[in-house]
Design a protein around this ligand. Structure first.
Ligand SMILES: Nc1ncnc2c1ncn2[C@@H]1O[C@H](COP(=O)(O)OP(=O)(O)OP(=O)(O)O)[C@@H](O)[C@H]1O
Length: 275
């Protein structure tokens, strides 16, 4: 069996202040293989962002283990954990590209930042890597001198993707990456992500509340409900034969998937079966 790129085993996460701690993730098991495209679906508050931040090493689980590329990362001392993050194996792309771009500095410098923090490269090498990654996201190298406010929403999201890609990640965590864009840019960015996935053997975790928007993009669907993974299977199987009532409700509520086949009464019945 090939080794998984990401392996989370029985991961539990608590958040909140002392005296008001609450368990947010209740024993999550999740594996992602190299090059695999997975959709992480869940309603607001289900724990998607907490899960993503835990994968990135920004939140320490209270129990369980996380391996990335076969290496246990959750129990590393803080300095080693930061060093591991700087390698850039896992990168996060926000829904709003402005969150990852400094409004006051040229976007080329924002892209270069991770390379500079990681260190060991001459200025010229950094500059040529920035130019190469801009080209791979379909932008001209001379855009590097502009600041975010001078770019369109679609260009800014390409810059945010370039900023993640320049570190040569093995896994991209994409948090609603196109929901802030108009439909033309949406299609173009999704096409770009598909091409990058193929050309770089890049695994992608699409994080969304919208099963219908993600189903066409991914090989596998994972459903998070109140901090538990209640469904994990090939996309076609999850859609045609959902095992958990919450997944059935999601499928039934997505017109593009159910074609209106699930009646309002059936949806009500599924809702009543939810824990
Ligand atoms: N630092 C924290 N302290 C206390 N509770 C927290 C903290 N961070 C998250 N939570 C709680 O954990 C639960 C899951 O939050 P999380 O942001 O992971 O959900 P989400 O699925 O990403 O939601 P959304 O789609 O709205 O971003 C929520 O109930 C939230 O209030």
């Amino acid at each position: 069996m090939s080794e998984s790129l990401l392996r989370m085993t029985d991961v539990r996460v608590e958040r909140g202040l002392r005296g008001d701690r609450r368990q947010i993730l209740h024993g999550v098991d999740l594996t992602i293989d190299a090059g695999e495209k997975v959709g992480l679906i869940g309603e607001s508050g289900s724990g998607k962002t907490t899960l993503a931040r835990t994968i990135l090493g920004l939140i320490t689980p209270t129990a369980g283990s996380i391996e990335i590329g076969g290496q246990r990362v959750d129990d590393l001392p803080a300095a080693q954990r930061r060093a591991h993050r700087r390698t850039g194996t896992v990168q996060y792309v926000f829904q709003d590209p402005l969150l990852s771009l400094d409004p006051d500095i040229p976007v080329g410098e924002s892209i270069a930042e991770g390379l500079i923090v990681r260190g060991g490269l001459d200025r010229d090498v950094v500059r040529s890597k920035v130019a190469a990654v801009l080209s791979s996201v379909g932008l001209d190298a001379d855009i590097a001198v502009r600041i975010p406010a001078e770019l369109s929403g679609g260009q800014r999201q390409r810059i945010a993707i370039a900023r993640a890609l320049v570190l040569d990640p093995a896994l991209l965590l994409l948090d609603e990456p196109v929901s802030a864009l108009d439909s033309v840019n949406r299609i173009q960015i999704l096409k770009l992500l598909t091409e990058l996935g193929h050309s770089r053997q890049l695994a992608q975790l699409f994080i969304s509340h919208d099963l219908g928007a993600v189903a066409a993009l991914v090989d596998r669907i994972v459903v998070l409900y109140r901090g538990n993974i209640v469904e994990d299977g090939p996309t076609h199987q999850v859609i045609s034969d959902p095992q958990h009532p919450y997944t059935a409700l999601l499928v039934g509520s997505a017109p593009t998937l159910s074609g209106g086949a699930v009646t309002r009464e059936r949806r009500r019945e599924l809702r009543l079966r939810l824990p």
